[in-house]
Write a protein that binds this ligand. Structure first.
Ligand SMILES: [Zn+2]
Ligand SMILES: [Zn+2]
Length: 208
């Protein structure tokens, strides 16, 4: 997507302590505590003129905006909590770019949503992963995939620790069940039903 973040006078992406507890993380939607380090990504202001900064928890930035956080991490030598975790997320995220779309794990609340990977219905109660992309700094839900389709869609099924981080409400029991499900990966679908790119242009199609 074309945006003018490289133009002269643009605010650089940064890591800084949150001056208040009022801003919400654009990745997970939860508040960023006062004094907590946060990642600011600058981009065009979708509500008006000029640039706007989008804030993320550091971990959410590493998980969901690795290509943006990576250069900032590299340019900052100061000590950061969990620096090696953040760097690892950035590294894995650059190997598997779709990992950044992962928002959380959940059991399907209805049996009506189709998996974005295999296109089959996701049965009620089955483990699925919710996905989103970012458009001009705003998260856009794009649907869900079976946990069994992680490898086919995300490029790796080694996602349990990431998913637990993104979904702190998962119990030990949930994590074990999800872990077993992740061992049963399905083969990917041959690309016959239109390209991903076409679908990506349909805004907000993933609300089912
Ligand atoms: Zn967050
Ligand atoms: Zn599937």
């Amino acid at each position: 997507m074309a945006h003018g973040s490289a133009k002269i006078g643009a605010v650089p992406d940064s890591i800084q302590a949150a001056p208040t507890g009022r801003a919400k993380c654009r990745g997970c939607g939860k508040p960023i505590a006062k004094g907590e380090l946060r990642f600011g990504e600058s981009g065009p202001n979708s509500y008006g003129e000029g640039e706007a900064t989008t804030w993320f928890h550091l971990a959410c930035g590493a998980l969901m905006r690795p290509e943006k956080l990576g250069p900032v991490l590299e340019s900052q030598s100061e000590e950061l909590p969990e620096r090696s975790f953040l760097e690892e997320c950035v590294r894995v995220g650059s190997e598997h770019p779709r990992l950044a779309r992962l928002v959380r794990a959940e059991r399907a609340s209805s049996g009506r949503a189709h998996c974005r990977s295999c296109r089959e219905l996701i049965a009620k109660g089955d483990w699925r992963f919710a996905l989103q992309t970012f458009e001009e700094g705003r998260p856009n839900p794009i649907g869900t995939i079976h946990a069994e389709c992680a490898e086919a869609y995300l490029g790796t099924a080694d996602v349990l620790s990431r998913v637990r981080r993104l979904t702190p409400e998962l119990s030990e029991e949930d994590a074990e069940a999800l872990s077993r499900t992740l061992t049963q990966q399905r083969p990917g679908l041959a690309k016959t039903q239109g390209s991903e790119e076409d679908e990506e242009n349909q805004h907000g199609s993933g609300s089912a």
